[in-house]
Structure formats: structure tokens, C-alpha cells
Design a protein around this ligand. Structure first.
Ligand code: TYD
Length: 132
């Protein structure tokens, strides 16, 4: 599977807008975990690893940032600045989050429970595993 930008459902309303994500319709996996990244100081990077099994959906609930993915051959870059877009990140993708704006809030929906053994934190090891 390739990374893909998903246009989430949105209800535009003069009282404010509403979007949602449901298993099965917007996600190709069962939700096991939700986490969020916030208060990122200017210039900081998050990520810099791949997951052996975990698949994710990343949404910029507030502010903006870039989701940069690498499959070992090519790079994919998604600029998220609206809360009705989600980036689906398949397993075995090197991933970085960067260029966070002030007060940005990244919501990440994951297909697994947290497990440090699922992380690949060395890019050379990641590339080797991709070509096996
Ligand atoms: P990490 O995934 O390395 O952060 P990022 O990829 O955004 O730079 O996680 C940072 C720390 O938080 C790490 O020590 C483990 C902990 N953590 C959990 O305990 N549970 C979780 O679901 C996540 C994502 C991280």
C-alpha cells in the first residue's frame, strides 16, 4: 500500500465545522491507539523512524506541519494545514513530522498498541529490511 492523502468527511456549519473518522470507512485498520503531539518548539522534528507493523492516520487538528515519508526509494511529502485531511501511513515507511507551526496539534490514530520493538530507528537498517 502507498501513503495517501484522505479527504475526511466535513460538515460546514455557521456554528463551526465538524469532521470525523470511522473505522472501515476512512481507515483500512482497526483502531488500537490514539496519541497526539503538541507544544512542539519551533524547528523541532518528530519521528525519524519506521514501524514494522503499525499503520497510522495523521491529522493536523490545529496549525500545520509536514508529514515526510520515505519508502526506501522515493520520498512523499504531505503538507497538512486543514483538519479535514488525513495522511494514511502504511507499515514500513520511514516517517518524519517537521515544520510545525505555533500551537499545532498532530492527532495520530494507530493500528497497534505501543511497542518499542515495532520501531526501526536506524535508516540504514530500514533500507536493508525494505530490500530483503
Ligand atoms: P516516539 O514515538 O519516539 O516519538 P516521535 O516519533 O513523535 O518523535 O515516542 C516518544 C516517547 O513516548 C517514547 O519514549 C515512547 C513514548 N510513547 C508511548 O509511551 N506511547 C505511545 O503511544 C507513543 C507514540 C510514544
Amino acid at each position: 500500500m502507498n501513503p495517501v492523502l484522505i479527504d475526511l468527511p466535513k460538515f460546514l456549519d455557521r456554528r463551526g465545522n465538524l469532521s470525523f473518522i470511522e473505522e472501515d470507512s476512512q481507515l483500512p485498520f482497526k483502531i488500537r491507539r490514539v496519541y497526539w503531539i503538541y507544544d512542539v518548539p519551533g524547528g523541532e522534528l518528530r519521528g525519524g523512524h519506521a514501524f514494522r507493523e503499525t499503520e497510522e492516520m495523521i491529522v493536523a487538528l490545529s496549525g500545520s506541519f509536514d508529514v515526510v515519508l520515505h519508502d526506501g526509494v522515493r520520498e512523499y511529502r504531505f503538507y497538512l494545514n486543514r483538519s479535514y485531511y488525513g495522511v494514511f501511513v502504511p507499515k514500513m515507511m520511514w516517517r518524519m513530522l517537521e515544520n510545525f507551526s505555533t500551537n499545532s496539534l498532530a492527532l495520530i490514530i494507530a493500528s497497534t498498541y505501543y511497542d518499542e520493538d515495532d520501531y526501526i530507528r536506524d535508516f540504514e537498517e530500514f533500507k536493508k529490511l525494505k530490500t530483503q
